[in-house]
Design a protein around this ligand. Structure first.
Ligand code: PLP
Length: 232
């Protein structure tokens, strides 16, 4: 299959899941996750229709973003080291992986200094896995109250990576938990914290995530094919 065929197949599956869950046709955005992939492959995805690209490493993304530019939106979805916060703010349009207070404040600081308000999502560790970063669900409310006053940040939603499971349907409770957390927080969130976005679902489980309310699915392999391990 060509990249265009894979993109179209993903798009149709996203549409079908969106429809099946009774949501509006524009309810879900596909984030094409291009880590390890070349500028040529990314350009092929853009030609097929991709408008949003996801990258995991600031340095790897820098060269691609410089080459391709901002006719598309670039989303940072990997862990951001605090000393890369300024660079991440300069390069990306959205950061999905705010996983500590220190990082949130660093991003806010650099965004304010650069005069570039950053759209961010709070990464939530819904499976309470010790191997994963992200906030405990119970910690997010206080965090949002803290960040509401940070001038450089627009907290647009929540993101999660659920525990690895054998069958996609086993991820459903984690996706539902993120949606329920969002719904609960939305009721009390400050007016400048709309929390519209739920970034959840990847190649193996994006349809389940959509059924549970995902507004952004992060799809890599189903669009770009398998990845060879990243070279350092
Ligand atoms: C790599 C990655 C994805 C995409 O994973 P696929 O299984 O290739 O779809 C999504 N989200 C995050 C945070 C990732 O690191």
């Amino acid at each position: 299959m060509t990249l265009e065929q894979r993109w179209n197949e993903v798009r149709h599956r996203v549409q079908a899941a969106t429809q099946r869950s009774g949501r509006g046709a524009d309810a879900v955005r596909i984030l094409a996750v291009s880590k390890t992939k070349s500028v040529d492959e990314i350009n092929a995805a853009i030609a097929a229709g991709a408008t949003d690209l996801g990258e995991n490493y600031v340095q790897e993304a820098a060269d691609k973003i410089t080459a391709i530019g901002h006719a598309v939106q670039w989303h940072m979805i990997g862990h951001v080291q605090r000393n890369k916060a300024a660079k991440a703010v300069a390069l990306f349009d959205v950061i999905h992986s705010i996983d500590s207070v220190a990082l949130a404040l660093a991003v806010a600081h650099h965004a304010a200094a650069a005069g570039k308000p950053m759209r961010v999502l709070i990464e939530v560790n819904v499976g309470a896995e010790t191997t994963k970063t992200g906030f405990a669900p119970a910690a997010v409310e206080a965090l949002l109250a803290n960040l509401a006053a940070a001038p450089g940040l627009q907290v647009v939603g929540l993101m999660t990576i659920p525990p690895a499971v054998a069958d996609p349907s086993e991820a459903r409770p984690y996706f539902a938990a993120l949606r329920q957390l969002r719904d609960r927080l939305q009721a009390s969130a400050p007016p400048n914290v709309p929390l519209k976005e739920l970034s959840m679902g990847m190649t193996d489980d994006f349809e389940v995530a959509i059924e549970e309310g995902a507004t952004i699915v992060r799809v890599g392999r189903a669009i770009f094919g398998e990845r060879t391990p990243r070279k350092n």
